[in-house]
Design a protein around this ligand. Structure first.
Ligand SMILES: Cc1ncc(COP(=O)(O)O)c(C=O)c1O
Length: 399
């Protein structure tokens, strides 16, 4: 076998403006390079406790909070695995690509899955959920996604949660793309389990899922007939490590938790409402620029996400070639459409670190150069001018 000796480590610098991960602040990267402790060291427990408190703040809860090792999907799987027993019924509100991932996971667990399909790119039709709940009185769990990253729509979590509880079911919600970029009232909306991921609006590292579990949710986990089939994703065992007893479970991903700790601290320093407002203002300017470029925004204005803008790919334009050109010539990553939206939309993430005027102006100016090469003529400077006008009227403070 020839000896393999890699050259110096090198990856290109990117401006990450896709659906995630997004760029990470140097302060967070520095925290991640802090020499590690053991995961049962009392000094590390102090870090865990800080993370718990800060998660409570962002989720607006006094409930149990913790991190699940693994990406956002691990938080999804931990919830489904821990809250559902084989044969139990789960209603999955389904209006996008990640909702369908939930369906696939719940089926693997052996749950009886009722997928309530609502139109992609629109707010969930609550009447469909109500009917499904009335037809299935023995539903154990209802699930929804607050910010469907595949469609760019903000969903009415409070209403969905109320419907679930009115029918005696538990309610679980995906906050992967909403956490620290849109309001989440875990207690106020009576949520039983929520999970998120740091690589989106929190501007932290991918690889853990940040979760909250209500007392009712915990009782459901502890009161199961049989333990969850996954030992790794058993929320009861994970809670025992993150709780005051700090009982041994698995080796914590220590550098990631250091990064999450710092990213949460930065969000709290900025103020969560202020951060949400920043996301709104930056998105408003970007949408003005996109519209000035003659591009279509297919999601209705009152349900658009601010952290993720979905743009219609103009007819006759190869979506992949435009994205590649942006990456190769401008170092900017934007996202492609998923599922039903594949080839039809681009997805632009303005989340966390990436939610700032410089990024908006860089992408609009790159689009002004790239789009005409593919036959979509734009007035030079139109997008940048429109966005700059919004920023001039409503300045954005970037921490
Ligand atoms: C809404 C939503 N849920 C779940 C996930 C899965 O997260 P991860 O890729 O970190 O596993 C994503 C990823 O983009 C997402 O956008």
């Amino acid at each position: 076998m020839p000896e393999f000796v890699p050259g110096p480590f090198s990856v290109p610098r990117r401006t990450l403006m896709g659906p995630g991960p997004l760029n990470i602040h140097p302060r967070v990267l520095r925290a991640m390079s802090t020499p590690i402790t053991g995961y049962l060291d009392t000094a590390y427990f102090k870090v865990l406790d800080e993370v718990v408190e800060m998660l409570r703040h962002v989720y607006q809860t006094t409930a149990r909070t913790m991190a699940v090792s693994g990406s956002g999907s691990a938080g999804m799987e931990a919830g489904l695995t821990s809250l559902l027993e084989p044969g139990q019924k789960v209603i999955i509100c389904s209006y996008g690509y990640f909702c369908e991932r939930m369906v696939s996971m719940a089926e693997r667990i052996g749950a009886e899955v009722i997928q309530v399909r609502s139109e992609w790119g629109r707010v969930m039709d609550r009447a469909l959920l109500r009917t499904a709940l009335e037809r299935n009185k023995d539903v154990r769990l209802v699930t929804a996604i607050q910010a469907e990253t595949s469609t760019g729509v903000l969903q009415p979590v409070a209403e969905l949660s109320k419907l679930a509880h009115d029918h005696g079911a538990l309610f679980m919600v995906d906050c992967v793309t909403s956490f620290a970029g849109a309001e989440i009232k875990f207690d106020g909306w009576d949520i039983d389990y929520a999970y998120s991921a740091p690589q989106k609006c929190l501007a932290g590292p991918p690889g853990v899922s940040l979760v909250a579990l209500s007392e009712r949710g915990m009782q459901a986990v502890r009161g199961r007939k049989r333990p969850p089939s996954s030992w790794c994703f058993d929320l009861g065992l994970i809670a025992d490590y993150w709780g005051p007893e700090h009982k041994h479970h698995h080796t914590s991903p220590i550098p990631l938790i250091f990064g999450v700790r710092e990213a949460l601290a930065m969000a709290l320093e900025e103020g969560v409402p202020q951060r949400i407002e920043r996301h709104a203002r930056v998105a408003e300017a970007f949408r003005a620029g996109v519209t000035a470029l003659g591009l279509r925004l297919p999601i209705p204005p009152d349900s658009r996400l601010n952290q993720l803008t979905v743009i219609g790919v103009p007819a006759g334009i190869d979506d992949q070639k435009v994205r590649q050109q942006l990456l190769d010539h401008h170092g900017i990553e934007i996202g492609r459409g998923l599922g039903q939206f594949q080839g039809k939309v681009w997805r632009v993430g303005l989340m966390g670190e990436s939610s700032q005027p410089a990024n908006v102006l860089a992408l609009l100016s790159a689009l002004e150069r790239v789009l005409p090469e593919f036959g979509h003529e734009v007035a030079s400077g139109a997008g940048v001018t429109a966005a700059s006008r919004v920023f001039a009227e409503k300045p954005v403070q970037v921490p």
